[in-house]
Design a protein around this ligand. Structure first.
Ligand SMILES: Cc1ncc(COP(=O)(O)O)c(C=O)c1O
Length: 410
């Protein structure tokens, strides 16, 4: 099919996945057929109530405390923007919503150097300004350095800035690094800073008891986002956004024109006030279908299998003397590079870039890259819905033979 990138191919190992599955596709067909506009409870009560129900299920599945309330958003970017806007209003006692930011002291938002670009976008849109996004250095495992965070917060306070929000990531885009929530959360608590957690990909791994350690420190979290549309077999778009204090979220976004006044207001969830857009699709249905079809056990089995593929691939890479594993594998993403003997760092970068292009141009597999400490790194994500060991083994053979032919021809 010309002009289409096949995200649903099991040979798709690029970015993070945007998975689909039969129950989700079927639900999308029903959603498009109904074509309901689910902006408020009255414009489709079943959609609003199903949304509330599946978000309660998800909250339990990933181990968030019961006081969290959830809403489905389109993307993680939108949810993070909603979090930063809510944090902004909380710290300014709703003054910016009411009167604009003239006369306000500069707010500061903190995240690590490895945090996703959606945070920078949100800070720009929220009127906080790119210059007030403080990127904190990372530790050896590419997770945020809490000591550096604390130093930056103290320095900002001394210089008259107002710390507003920290964004911690579970599963960074480059290497799936896990920011330490207990240490970061304690700092947020001490200085009265909003803690937003971006678990876009890794949130799905929280359905596994053996990955719950990532949520240690959850008592500090104010808002939390993850994407069932990445790794939980639910068609794009479907983002789960949870907040500790739904009133704060609603107060940030609420509007009440005459035509939206209803008899049920205050007794039901009118999700138009839980985020940015007024209009909303019936996204809960596909999530409901996926969870009902596979069950928690079925989802756990699939996710565990993906994790085992990444672990096996990393062992295979470590066994080859002319390849280098760049970071110990934590989840489903394997970061490595080709490193034949006698090639310097600069040449290695262009060699690996060439390798990435050759592999992708073959049309057989698709990989994307990142840069770590100036080094060009290939990333292979083993999390597509239908990927098996056979696909991973074939891809690895192709990578090795392409790389070695490249080094012989150079
Ligand atoms: C850690 C992280 N956060 C946020 C995003 C943005 O996701 P979305 O496309 O849902 O806005 C991504 C995308 O890959 C991501 O990896």
């Amino acid at each position: 099919m010309p002009g289409i990138t096949h995200w649903q191919s099991p040979n798709f190992f690029a970015y993070f996945p945007a998975n689909s599955s039969p129950p989700s596709v079927l639900a999308e067909m029903i959603t498009s057929t109904l074509a309901a506009q689910c902006m408020i409870w009255e414009t489709s009560p079943a959609a609003a109530e199903l949304e509330q129900k599946v978000m309660e299920w998800l909250r339990g599945m990933i181990g968030l405390p019961q006081y969290f309330e959830g809403v489905i958003q389109d993307t993680a970017s939108t949810a993070t923007l909603a979090a930063i806007l809510t944090a902004r209003e909380k710290v300014t006692e709703f003054r910016i919503n009411n009167s604009g930011s003239a006369g306000e002291r500069n707010l500061r938002v903190y995240c690590s150097e490895q945090t996703h670009s959606s945070v920078e976008k949100a800070v720009k849109i929220a009127g906080i300004g790119k210059k007030n996004l403080v990127k904190i250095s990372v530790r050896n495992d590419y997770s945020i350095n809490p000591q550096a965070l604390e130093r930056a917060v103290k320095e900002d306070i001394n210089n008259g800035y107002v710390p507003c929000c920290v964004v911690a990531t579970l599963g960074t885009t480059g290497t799936t690094a896990i920011d330490p929530l207990p240490a970061v959360g304690e700092i947020c608590d001490r200085f009265g800073i909003w803690l937003h957690v971006d678990a876009a990909l890794a949130g799905t791994a929280l359905i596994l008891p053996e990955y719950r350690w990532m949520l240690e420190g959850k008592e500090y979290i104010d808002s939390f986002v993850f994407n069932p549309h990445k790794w939980m077999f639910t068609n794009f778009d479907c983002t789960a956004y949870f907040v500790r204090d739904a009133e704060m979220l609603i107060k940030t976004f609420e509007i009440l024109p005459e035509y939206l006044k209803t008899r049920t207001r205050g007794k039901v969830n009118d999700y138009r006030d839980w985020g940015i857009p007024l209009g909303r699709r019936f996204r809960a249905l596909k999530l409901w279908c996926v969870i009902r079809m596979y069950g928690v056990n079925g989802l756990q089995e699939k996710v565990r299998y993906h994790l085992s593929l990444a672990a096996k691939l990393s062992e295979a890479i470590s066994a080859e003397p002319d390849f280098e594993l760049m970071v110990p594998v934590k989840l489903n993403t394997v970061c490595f590079r080709f490193r034949p003997e006698g090639v310097n760092d600069e040449e290695l970068n262009s060699l690996n870039e060439k390798l990435n292009h050759l592999l992708n141009d073959s049309g057989k597999i698709y990989l994307t890259h990142t840069k770590l400490d100036g080094n060009y790194i290939l990333r292979m994500v083993t999390a597509q819905t239908n990927v098996t060991m056979e696909h991973v083994e074939k891809a690895w053979e192709l990578i090795k033979s392409t790389a070695r032919s490249l080094s012989t021809s150079a």
